[in-house]
Unconditional design. Structure first.
Length: 194
């Protein structure tokens, strides 16, 4: 005779639109974020045990002890929510490009747009002046297809290794950073963007 063990996963979410979303499945899967809701419901469907999804109070870290003592919040929910907020904040910091890189990308995009407008105006003027002037389109078989970011990074790492420069994590004094084993150049993590 086999023993059946039923596990209940207790999930606390601080967004009521997520906890209420379980009751609006059909509408949400057809809505603007239907792809994300589909993944969310797909994960729920894969679970074999029981799931207790409930709303928890958010951002009560400053009054967490009092909220727990007064029965306003559960200790595990308060700690879990604080950890989830911290993880989200750290992830955002790690994934957000530096402000200088964002400004440079905006500058390049604006310049590229202006170049395209200028080329279009030049082409239009040539057609106007010369009548049936040839229009130069992009070649059908471009010899240099766009390179993906992962490919570019792999090529860059390979070039650095082939040049003899190898980066390793090191401490210099109390600062953690990266040092090149070949030229001994050291950069603190805070200066990594340089």
């Amino acid at each position: 005779m086999g023993v059946c063990v039923c596990v209940c996963a207790r999930l606390g979410v601080d967004a009521s639109y997520v906890t209420n979303g379980l009751y609006n499945r059909a509408r949400l899967e057809k809505g603007p974020n239907g792809d994300l809701w589909g993944l969310f419901f797909g994960v729920f469907n894969l679970r074999a045990g029981e799931i207790d999804l409930h709303k928890v109070s958010s951002h009560i870290e400053d009054i967490g002890v009092r909220a727990v003592m007064d029965g306003f919040a559960e200790l595990v929910d308060t700690i879990g929510n604080a950890l989830a907020n911290e993880a989200a904040e750290l992830t955002g910091k790690l994934l957000r490009p530096p402000q200088d890189a964002i400004k440079e990308a905006d500058r390049i995009e604006a310049m590229a747009f202006n170049v395209c407008v200028r080329l279009g105006m030049v082409q239009a003027r040539i057609c106007e002046v010369l009548g049936n002037a040839p229009i130069h389109e992009t070649p059908a078989n471009d010899t240099h297809p766009p390179i993906e970011a992962d490919e570019a990074l792999t090529a860059l790492i390979s070039d650095v290794r082939n040049s003899g420069h190898t980066l390793v994590r090191r401490f210099r004094g109390k600062f953690l950073g990266l040092a090149c084993e070949r030229c001994q150049l050291f950069r603190r993590n805070a200066e990594f963007n340089k």
